[in-house]
Design a protein around this ligand. Structure first.
Ligand code: PMP
Length: 362
């Protein structure tokens, strides 16, 4: 958290230093209450006020239209892998899933417990690089209960440059690793959900943004804590919400607002990603195998030409204060996750380290 260390963890990920400092300062005495926010009833006036303000700040940041509800639920990203089919379909229905990597595959596997899931598209290779399917290649069934996709795959580091058009079929997006990274037209979606632990706050919390007409049709067997209708009715307090995570999310939203909102985030995120990809592309020592048009601005996987140097790279980068660069075990190599809280100076420090490492071992 001190700036001598830059944390590239994919999630739980680094949070803005000023947010952590504020949380630390008010840890034992929140708003002059003499107790921590962690120790207060979620139904107390100050907590309810904070919770409502957090929602409003998120609405402002994302320009969420008034016909959408914002829910703060338990269960992270995977909770919604089940929440979506339970709320948006009935048994016997089918849904379309666009497969772009591990997380969309995971969503489909969970969905298959509840309904028939069809594959609407898959990545392919262009000149040996992974590329996402264009809109024209998507196979969307007009009778589908919904169309699910993951705009940014955290593990493979692929990101869609467009929002798929599914006609009248509701588009559902797992935005766990991309929410709040750039302005977004929320009206194109039926449901947006995100596990909080990358761009929002601590893990466990799931933020769900859902169009009103999709609420209130949950299957009878839906666990109450996943039922969107109940969550709306109880202002996301049907059971005790993850209160501390919600509070921290609120601090992050305020930090985003005071730092220029999503337009400014998008600029900085673009500059960070551009700095890193440009460096990788200019070197024969490092490589990234994602097609230019599909490269993630949040998660940058890269490989060393000589993988016997991987452990040396990890050992020395860690010693240099560049933490958690090990790639996901499924893809190997390295991965730098550069969410909103990562400053450009962190990416610059990484690139400087990589250049130095190449000089010494290349
Ligand atoms: N979707 C995506 C895109 C993710 O990156 C993750 C977690 N890394 C998940 C879902 C699962 O989130 P959780 O662990 O909160 O269930």
């Amino acid at each position: 958290m001190t700036q001598a260390v830059f944390n590239f963890c994919a999630g739980p990920a680094m949070l803005p230093a000023s947010v952590m400092k504020q949380a630390q300062a008010e840890m034992l005495d929140w708003q002059g209450q003499g107790v921590s926010v962690m120790e207060m009833s979620h139904r107390s006036k100050p907590y309810m006020q904070m919770a409502a303000e957090a929602e409003q700040d998120l609405r402002d940041l994302m320009a969420i239209p008034s016909n959408y509800k914002v829910l703060f639920l338990h269960g992270g990203g995977r909770g919604q892998f089940a929440g979506v089919p339970l709320n948006l379909s009935h048994s016997g229905d089918s849904a379309d899933y666009l497969l772009s990597g591990q997380w969309s595959r995971g969503a489909l596997a969970e969905g298959e417990k509840y309904l028939h899931c069809k594959v609407a598209g898959e990545p392919n290779l262009i000149d040996g690089k992974v590329a996402l399917p264009p809109q024209s290649a998507l196979n969307i069934n007009p009778d589908a209960a919904y169309f699910h996709y993951c705009p940014n795959e955290t593990i493979e580091g692929v990101e869609f440059s467009y929002i798929p058009d599914a006609g009248h079929v509701p588009v559902v997006a797992d935005m766990s690793s991309t929410i709040l990274s750039q302005p977004l037209d929320v009206s194109r979606f039926g449901v947006i959900y995100a596990g909080a632990q990358k761009n929002i706050g601590p893990s466990g919390l799931s933020v769900v943004i859902v169009r009103e007409d999709l609420i209130g049709n949950a299957r009878q067997e839906t666990p109450s804590i996943l039922d969107y209708g109940l969550a709306v009715k109880h202002d996301s307090m049907y059971n005790t919400p993850p209160t501390y995570a919600w509070y921290l999310a609120g601090l992050v939203f305020k930090w985003l607002k005071s730092n220029g909102g999503l337009t400014e985030m998008a600029k900085v995120n673009w500059a960070k990603a551009d700095t890193l990809y440009r460096f990788i592309d200019g070197s024969d020592f490092y490589r990234n195998n994602v097609d230019d048009n599909c490269r993630s601005k949040m998660n940058v996987p890269f490989q060393l030409a000589d993988e016997s140097l991987d452990s040396k790279f990890l050992e020395l980068s860690d010693a240099a204060g560049l933490k958690a660069l090990k790639g996901h075990r499924i893809v190997g190599g390295m991965r730098a996750s550069i969410y909103n809280a990562m400053p450009l100076s962190g990416v610059q420090a990484l690139v400087d380290f990589m250049a130095d490492f190449e000089k010494r071992f290349g």
